[in-house]
Design a protein around this ligand. Structure first.
Ligand code: AMP
Length: 286
């Protein structure tokens, strides 16, 4: 496995692979890797000749400076894990390598067909513009055949699919296929997240109420209306000391707009556990 820090070297290696007719799978990450990331990488290794993993804490998708500063970073540990899974290249550029000073500060706007106007998009203005800015750049640099994203960030996955399939950029990434991968959880139910590293043991226990409530809501959905279930989930999590729901919305999985039925529906939640912002979701007709 090779660690690459420059765009030029990355493109040199990609070109060589392409000339040999090899297929490339890309897994974009921000590092501090866990089993959730590992599941994406394993799949990319299995389904492609070459697997490229990017490890880059992308400053342009953070609208909170403290969150960016506190985001965990440990490239050495990440590289060990990736090598043990069989990744071929790790692309770990500096922010200066990825962006010029102008690009770093530029307000990049992009039409996501309304997918970005709800939930995370509403709460974190500019977040998805930053995500698309970095992901589209990675797509151009790596020219992958497949790119892997977790359903944990369901809205992000929907927006990336939109970018590749329906936006003005559609068609510019070749035959790129976006592969969505299921959420990986601890045995307790807690969705794995790099941000969990910032939780104390006590907070980790407290945070269990998030996934437990979402799971329980599958039962509630058998008899209650969508709005009733939304309220019950929100109230149940808020009743736990140390947890505060930012939003819980049951939306259509395709449009991400509020829905009145559980058909094709997903419930997406964001909860503050102390100072740490956690997200999770549950699919009602999976
Ligand atoms: P991040 O490093 O948080 O930007 O995540 C990189 C990729 O890993 C994204 O596509 C995430 O959706 C995915 N991911 C993060 N946590 C999990 C998880 N618990 N299960 C599945 N995929 C995940």
């Amino acid at each position: 496995m090779q660690i690459i820090t420059t765009k030029q070297e990355l493109q040199r290696q990609v070109e060589a692979c392409k000339q040999e007719g090899k297929t490339i799978g890309l897994v974009p990450t921000m590092g501090a890797l866990h089993e959730g990331h590992a599941s994406l990488v394993r799949r990319a290794v299995n389904e492609n000749d070459i697997c490229v993993v990017s490890v880059f804490v992308n400053p342009t998708q953070f609208n909170n400076k403290e969150d960016l500063a506190l985001y965990p970073r440990d490239l050495e540990r990440d590289a060990k894990l990736l090598s043990s899974i069989g990744a071929h290249y790790v692309f770990a550029p500096s922010p200066e390598e990825m962006y010029t000073a102008e690009e770093m500060n530029q307000t990049f706007t992009f039409d996501f067909g309304g997918l970005d106007k709800v939930m995370e998009g509403k709460m974190r203005p500019g977040h998805f513009n930053g995500v698309v800015q970095v992901v589209s750049r990675l797509f151009y640099l790596v020219q992958p055949d497949r790119a892997y994203f977790g359903e944990k960030d369901f809205q992000q996955l929907a927006i990336i699919r939109f970018m590749v399939e329906r936006s003005t950029l559609a068609g510019t990434f070749g035959n790129l296929q976006i592969v969505g991968c299921p959420i990986v959880r601890e045995s307790t139910g807690l969705a794995l997240s790099s941000r969990n590293e910032r939780l104390s043991e006590a907070e980790k226990q407290t945070a269990l109420a998030i996934s437990h409530t979402l799971m329980e809501s599958l039962e509630w959905a058998k008899t209650g209306s969508v709005r009733e279930v939304e309220k019950r989930v929100t109230d149940t999590i808020n009743a736990v000391e140390g947890l505060e729901v930012e939003y819980y919305e049951i939306v259509d999985k395709t449009t991400l707009q509020p829905t009145d039925t559980f058909h094709n529906a997903i419930g997406c939640v964001t909860v503050y556990c102390g100072k740490v912002r956690l997200i999770d979701n549950i699919q009602y007709d999976a």
